[in-house]
Ligand binder design. Structure first.
Ligand code: SF4
Length: 734
């Protein structure tokens, strides 16, 4: 029998219906409205995705009413998106985790979870963590995480002596983009992205589905730009939402984007359309680049991409005409074909040729509030870093690589001995990882999962700790680098439901049990926030009333004319030719490699987002479920005809490795080409306790095979997968 079997968290939990919220009025402001009850509002920061929009939770006569955007929040344009307004669903969801759960083995040998007290759960975890620290070293305890609430546990882990850490947001999302921009421009594209769309005259989106992925303020500024007649160029094999708003839609063959980027550089250079003054002052390697892209003529690239040479030339000229107010958007989910750092580098280089980096209408220079850290003792020095778990691999990975650390957790001699997993559902996040997760869970001495919901990842835990939702807790202040520096407050609008607890409380309790009290000197996390706020001329009391405080900028928003700039690269210049890459044996300039051909009878598996959901995190939210209960499979009419598939019919998909998906409803549409199918990510949950969404729709990540790992930074290229159809009748399905 496996040491740690996957357990469906359903087996233990109650099935209570939605109950009225127990309300908590501390810190909120109230006012009487004629003809209605007493209305109060409490500031929050939305946690339905990573964008961190500030909002207000409204209650009437102490009953939850609604969540709206905070009108003073420039970060969000004063509005919440669809998912943000569905935030109460996260709080009200009857499927939430309610009590700490611990894995036990029954008399018949079966494993299950039993409810335990917080004392028992925390005691067990701290004993195991102490044992790992004593026998293997604290660095052998790894944290895997996602979301703003992770900061409490990162602090705990650093105090404990471990800086071993990885998050899918790097190797399964924006890592190649961040590394590609840093290698070229010495800085990342930031989050939120530092694009100056409100002042742009030309915007180029390459596989970036703004409007389908609702990154709130970004969607608003793109809409403003479109209203101001920006030239929008969208490169996408699908006729996506932004493609429908574009002057030019370039329906590129999947996997050939880098060829197009190189051809655009070829046109800019051969037609003398680059910003030569900007390049002379700021860049090195222009001559090598000119020589390098000479072979990528529009005529040659047409054969790869399917984009006609005259369209390549015309769009390049449009970009140059609008420069420097031209943005080649860096995108966000950049892990496609395993050459993603180089493709992201090509995007950064193209922006450099147009002189748009840190120029008006291109990219701006983000600025944060200078917020002092709360005075605490230094963290202990660590003997190992995360990268020591996979020596010699991915030399430019600027963060821990999830796929690397999971592999380093398998086997008796594994590098890692314990995991603390916060807010990330690894089985749906990392492609084709099920077998590795099982093997790691068999090997590790401790797996702790901190979650609000009974995710699939919780099924691998020794102990599951129920965190309360963002509407029931304090977290760190929002202080993002952006156009307008600001601070925003998240505070509890409600008492934690059931026996759930705030992350800061859980981290402090574990810290106390591990003898780390000096790192947690506050009784309540609000004390720390108040101290920080007073250091910048505000206070918790003020922020509880206003929620968001805007600060004046101290530095220029763009480069000033003639300014001498030191970029964050080794040469202190924009590096069109990268000696750093060459020194490590990589191509110093991006080289195009054609994608693998589609096997007979198979289709490229293309995936993306839908506006109502943030990945699998929100699909069980009862409010958002009503808006979008399942994902659909886009199928070209020619393909549907060939397979005799009707619109709205359910099918299953099969990968070349034999994985068969859950059933998914077909949408026959010409908005996708005949070589691909498309679905939104985040469906096909297996945890039965997610009662609304379990078994609904298909999960793209389990179908992924042919994953190409980026040798530069370890990102898992997820667009090289193929699938074929399994007709329901063929399986005897209903
Ligand atoms: Fe919330 Fe939407 Fe903002 Fe994300 S973009 S933080 S879901 S309001």
């Amino acid at each position: 029998m496996k040491r740690r079997e996957f357990i469906k968290v359903s087996s233990l939990l109650s099935t209570s219906a939605v109950v009225s919220p127990t309300l908590f009025m501390g810190g909120c402001t109230t006012q009487a409205l004629p003809g209605t009850g007493v209305v109060s509002k409490t500031p929050t920061i939305c946690d339905m995705c990573f964008w961190k929009c500030a909002g207000d939770v409204y209650k009437e006569d102490n009953e939850l009413w609604k969540i709206t955007g905070n009108a003073d929040d420039l970060h969000s344009g004063g509005r919440l998106c669809t998912r943000g307004t569905g935030g109460p669903g996260a709080y009200l969801d009857p499927d939430r985790l309610k009590k700490p759960l611990m894995r036990v083995t029954k008399e018949d040998g079966q494993q299950t979870f039993v409810e335990v007290s917080w004392d028992e759960a925390l005691g067990f975890i701290s004993e195991k963590m102490q044992m790992i620290a004593d026998t293997a070293g604290p660095e052998k305890m790894l944290m895997l995480n996602h979301g703003a609430g992770s900061s409490h546990f990162r602090h705990l882990m650093r105090a404990y002596g471990s800086n071993s850490h990885a998050e899918p947001a790097f190797a399964q999302c924006r890592g190649p983009r961040d590394v590609g921009f840093k290698l070229t421009l010495g800085e990342s594209a930031s989050s939120p992205e530092r694009t100056d769309m409100a002042n742009a005259k030309c915007i180029v989106l390459i596989g970036s589905h703004i409007g389908e992925n609702l990154h709130n303020a970004q969607v608003q500024t793109l809409a403003e730009a479109i209203n101001k007649d920006v030239t929008l160029i969208t490169v996408d094999p699908r006729f996506s939402v932004p493609a429908g708003k574009s002057k030019h839609w370039l329906p590129i063959k999947p996997g050939t984007d880098l060829a197009l980027l190189l051809a655009w550089m070829n046109v800019l250079i051969t037609e003398d359309l680059c910003d030569t003054d900007y390049l002379d002052r700021h860049a090195i390697g222009f001559e090598q680049l000119a020589e390098h892209v000479r072979e990528y003529t529009p005529e040659w690239v047409y054969l790869e991409t399917g984009i006609r040479p005259e369209v390549i030339r015309e769009t390049a000229r449009e970009m140059a005409k609008a420069a420097p107010a031209t943005i080649i958007h860096p995108g966000r989910h950049a892990v496609w074909y395993g050459d993603d750092t180089q493709r992201s580098r090509a995007i950064a280089m193209l922006n450099a040729l147009l002189g748009s980096w840190n120029r008006k209408g291109g990219f701006y220079i983000p600025e944060k509030v200078d917020l002092p850290a709360f005075p605490l003792p230094d963290y202990p020095k660590t003997k190992y870093s995360t990268a020591d778990a996979y020596p010699g691999k991915w030399p430019f990975a600027s963060q821990g690589v999830t796929n690397g650390v999971i592999e380093a957790s398998i086997g008796e001699d594994a590098f890692f001995k314990g995991w603390l997993v916060y807010g990330t559902n690894l089985p749906q996040t990392i492609p084709g990882v099920a077998d590795q997760l099982k093997a790691a869970a068999d090997s590790l001495d401790l797996v702790v999962v901190v979650e609000t919901m009974p995710s699939e990842m919780a099924g691998y835990a020794d102990v599951i700790l129920p965190e309360c939702t963002y509407l029931e807790r304090y977290d760190e202040l929002r202080n993002s680098g952006e156009r307008h520096p600001s601070l925003a407050l998240r505070m509890p609008a409600f008492k934690p439901k059931y026996e759930s607890k705030p992350g800061w409380w859980i981290a402090k309790q574990l810290g106390n049990r591990l003898g780390l009290e000096k790192y947690f000197p506050w009784e309540d996390f609000s004390e720390k926030l108040d101290w920080q706020l007073k250091e910048v001329g505000s206070s918790l009391e003020e922020m509880q009333k206003i929620g968001v405080k805007n600060f004046p900028r101290k530095y220029a928003l763009y480069f000033r004319e003639g300014q001498s700039v030191r970029f964050g690269t080794p040469s202190r210049k924009i590096e069109l030719y990268s000696q750093q890459l060459a020194d490590k044996g990589f191509d110093p300039m991006p080289v195009y490699t054609p994608p693998d051909p589609v096997p007979n009878g198979y289709y490229r598996l293309n995936y993306g987002r839908m506006p109502a959901h943030t990945f699998g995190k929100t699909t069980n939210n009862p409010l958002l479920f009503q808006l979008a209960p399942e994902n659909q499979l886009w199928v070209n009419p020619l393909v549907a005809n060939e397979w005799s598939i009707e619109n709205e019919e359910y099918v299953r998909l099969a990968s070349p490795t034999g994985v068969i998906s859950n059933k998914i409803r077909v949408r026959v549409t010409e908005r996708i080409g005949p070589d691909s199918v498309f679905m939104a990510h985040g469906f096909g949950h297996k945890s039965k306790r997610l009662r609304l969404t379990a078994g609904v729709g298909a999960d793209d990540s389990e179908l992924m095979s042919n994953v190409k790992v980026d040798p530069i930074m370890g990102g898992t290229g997820m667009r090289g997968s193929f699938v074929t159809f399994v007709k329901m009748q063929a399986r005897g399905d209903s």
